[in-house]
Design a protein around this ligand. Structure first.
Ligand code: ADP
Ligand code: MG
Length: 321
């Protein structure tokens, strides 16, 4: 028997994610009622995933559910904010109960991990497309923005960018790697880890922050441009995972670290006089981040290798070009 829209919502999306005391009314009425903590600034973001554009259509449903929330959590992390409430607009070619159960579990597990309640949404029929809207809160005036950096600020990135691009290539069977690295790299694409704890801590240290979704070089350039600056990255300083290095060699791994997409890491600037306090409070080995360069006055984003500027054919994935 085909699922009605109402049964589908009731069965798969009624009690997804965390139960929060500040949800006056969740899934089921015409709209949700939320009670932000008094005096907090509301943070809002939304991201759409289109099958065949943002993920291969045959990805595991759990990975699609995870990703739909993760990309939004990553935006909230980059603002240094706390995520709270999510809305899910789901367009499905058909109501497949097994697929829906897996999708909701993937989204729900990540939501609970970060204390996010699913409070509403919309369900329609059409080509597979998922939009999540995520709301959060942050102490007023304390959010991390892209436009707060100054010339001379040190530039950092979390994690090991490039892994997800290799993972996508593996999923699409465009890449072969030694078997011991395959599952790990694939996971890095299928289940990105939004850096919420780091983002919240960075409110104390960072002058600007952006999440890396379209390639590190391009996104570092966006942060720099928003601050009226340019970015200089050091080739030798780019962090590359052991798996990525083993999979494609050090040279190609660094190119992927700069230009591959889907990392969902944080790229952030720290004033030079705050760097030692940052390192003391958040030891880089424990928190997983590395210095990759410096912000400076000349516009643009460039990579220095042994004193000369490297040339790149493109500096990030773009949808309309
Ligand atoms: P309306 O016709 O008023 O938009 P819907 O039938 O679309 O109502 O939705 C009924 C309730 O279910 C609403 O509270 C809505 O927020 C929620 N909802 C619909 N689809 C989803 C979904 N995919 N995930 C979570 N909540 C949903
Ligand atoms: Mg509706």
């Amino acid at each position: 028997m085909p699922l009605s829209e109402q049964t589908l919502i009731e069965r798969f999306f009624r009690a997804v994610g965390a139960q929060r005391g500040d949800v006056g009314l969740g899934v089921g009425d015409d709209a949700a009622l939320l009670r932000p903590a008094p005096g907090q600034e509301l943070v809002a973001t939304t991201d759409t995933l289109v099958a065949g554009v943002h993920f291969p259509p045959d990805c595991p449903a759990a990975a699609i559910g995870h990703r739909a929330l993760a990309v939004n959590l990553s935006d909230i992390a980059a603002m240094g904010a706390e995520p709270c409430w999510a809305l899910l607009a789901l367009t499905l070619p058909q109501a497949d109960a097994a697929w829906l159960a897996e999708f909701a579990a993937g989204l729900g597990t990540l939501a609970r991990e970060h204390g996010v309640a699913l409070v509403g949404g919309d369900t329609t029929r059409g080509p597979l497309c998922i939009t999540v809207q995520l709301l959060g809160q942050v102490p007023p005036g304390r959010a991390l923005r892209r436009d707060g950096a100054h010339a001379g600020d040190a530039l950092f990135v979390s994690g090991t960018p490039g892994d997800a691009a290799a993972g996508l290539a593996l999923v699409q069977r465009r890449l072969e790697v030694p078997p011991q690295w395959e599952a790990g790299l694939r996971e890095r694409f299928l289940y990105p880890t939004p850096r919420l704890a780091l983002g919240a801590q960075l409110r104390e240290f960072a002058s600007a922050c952006i999440d890396v979704s379209d390639g590190l070089l391009g996104d570092a350039g966006k942060l720099a441009a928003a601050s009226g600056l340019g970015a200089r990255l050091e080739w030798e300083a780019l962090p590359v995972s052991e798996g990525l290095g083993a999979a494609c060699g050090a040279e190609r791994a660094r190119v992927l670290a700069l230009t591959g997409g889907d990392d969902y890491e944080l790229c952030f600037a720290v004033p030079p006089e705050r760097v030692s306090a940052l390192h003391a409070a958040l030891p880089p080995a424990r928190w997983g981040y590395a210095r990759i360069g410096t912000l400076e006055a000349p516009a643009g984003a460039r990579v220095m290798r042994e004193g000369t500027v490297m040339e790149f054919s493109h500096s990030g994935y773009q949808h309309f070009r």
